[in-house]
Write a protein that binds this ligand. Structure first.
Ligand code: FAD
Length: 408
């Protein structure tokens, strides 16, 4: 690990080494751009609690383009059907991969696996200078470059680059230090995640079941396991976290129903307090925002990381093309291409996610009727369902080269 960058000017410095920041760093290095990455967490301190992550088909293609998918794919479970239903009501719909000519709508992996594969790929990449643990706390924008000040266990450092990328998560310090506002929301909800076992094999079916207390998602995994993401108001989550294993499983069975038989085991449970944040700008001179720093979504539709990976793939392509053409990667004219390309997808994915939370997180009778009609209507209107499915698969709009099997 290199800790002194005095005198060097990188093409890009990335603040934040979560999944999105590391993916961006790998893509930039592959395309020959000189990148530095700063993260406040020490190496090897990623997520350890089991948490399922649904990766859309579009994300699989991006990771395959980076030659990373071969390390994630073998342990990931393909989702061939998504079954959406509303507990105690009549509406439900199924989205099937074969109707869209793909082998799978998405894949279920674990955050720990994705994290360690990305960390391994970063270690094996010579083209990225990594500084960690170091927290970005100061920015100085000037003609032709940005100076990023950070402090870590080995003292203070500064890194110069032509472009700074904020990949530092939903509470982004870079966004704040740059004076960019965000539309923020505390949903007053928690998500409980775990890996559970059921009497029946989920096969390749993902279930999203909307209930009076909030949505329960069960994402298929091997050996009759499913990744659980259960969203509830805080006080219900407190009560569930306090239950012993047997009582928790019984409550889950009562809420989800009997489609997978009885729930027989649960791994450790983790609780996440749910917030969302949408940056008012995605670029300004010498700065671009990606992933949660740009759009931090409610997890109900499992789209946050998928959206962030698309940000990373598009930004890498725009920057690499600029560097090759001898253009300034931090100029607003360059970054405007990224902002314009990503605008529609970011807007649609954020709106869709918020729409689902509002519609399905509300038990008012008129809304309940609307969603029943919606679920049935969706089944009857092929066009609507197709549009929704292509979005959920991350295949809507013009994809970056990485997701089209082309080299960067
Ligand atoms: C319960 C739950 C379930 C989810 N399920 C899914 C799913 O199935 N599919 C999906 O696509 N998405 C899912 N998501 C969303 C997904 O986890 C996130 O969108 C994604 O991990 C965001 O990655 P990121 O790299 O943008 O941000 P983060 O993961 O927040 O990473 C930010 C990084 O920046 C670093 N950092 C922060 N501040 C600084 C600083 N000042 N200086 C330097 N470094 C800094 C942090 O150490 C961290 O490494 C889920 C989220 C939750 C909560």
């Amino acid at each position: 690990m290199k800790t002194s960058f005095r005198g060097e000017i990188f093409d890009v410095v990335i603040a934040g080494g979560g999944f999105v920041g590391v993916t961006l760093a790998l893509a930039l290095a592959r395309g020959g751009a000189r990148a530095a990455l700063i993260d406040s967490a020490a190496a090897g301190t990623g997520e350890t609690a089991p948490r399922p992550i649904a990766l859309a088909e579009g994300s699989r293609r991006i990771l395959e383009g980076l030659d990373i998918w071969r390390h994630i794919g073998p342990s990931a479970t393909p989702i061939r059907v998504v079954h959406v239903s509303d507990r105690g009501r009549f509406g439900f719909t199924r989205i099937k991969a074969r109707d869209y000519g793909v082998d799978a709508l998405g894949y279920v992996s674990e955050a720990g696996i994705i994290g360690s594969v990305l960390a391994g790929a970063l270690d094996a990449t010579a083209g990225v200078a990594v500084l960690r643990p170091a927290t970005v706390h100061q920015l100085e924008f000037s003609e032709g470059r940005v100076r990023v000040g950070c402090a870590g266990s080995e003292g203070s450092h500064s890194v110069d680059a032509r472009l700074l990328v904020a990949a530092d998560g939903g509470k982004s310090s870079v966004r704040r230090l740059s004076g960019i506002g965000a539309r923020q929301r505390d949903w007053q909800q928690s998500a409980i995640t775990s890996i559970v076992k059921t009497r029946l094999d989920p096969g390749n079916v993902a279930y999203e079941r909307f209930t009076d207390s909030g949505p329960v998602a069960l994402l298929p995994m091997v050996q009759r396991r499913s990744g659980l993401v259960w969203t509830l108001p805080h006080e219900r989550a407190d009560a569930l976290m306090a239950l012993d294993e047997g009582a928790f499983l019984a409550m889950l069975g009562k809420t989800f129903g009997t489609r997978l038989g009885a729930f027989t085991e649960t791994g450790s449970r983790t609780r996440h307090r749910l917030r969302s944040a949408h940056s008012r700008l995605s670029v300004k001179q010498r700065l671009a925002l990606v992933g949660n720093a740009a759009n931090h979504l409610h997890p109900v539709a499992g789209q946050g990381l998928n959206l962030g990976l698309r940000d990373a793939a598009v930004l890498a392509e725009v920057v690499i093309d600029a560097v090759r053409a001898g253009e300034d990667p931090g100029a607003i004219t360059t970054l405007g291409r990224y902002a314009e390309w990503r605008r529609r997808d970011q807007w649609a994915t954020s709106r869709f996610t918020e729409g689902v939370v509002r519609l399905f997180g509300n038990d008012l009778l008129p809304l309940a009727l609307v969603r029943d009609i919606g679920l049935i209507g969706l089944d009857s209107f092929g066009f609507l369902k197709r549009t929704l499915a292509r979005h959920a698969m991350g295949l809507a709009g013009r994809g970056p080269r990485l997701s089209r099997g082309l080299s960067l």
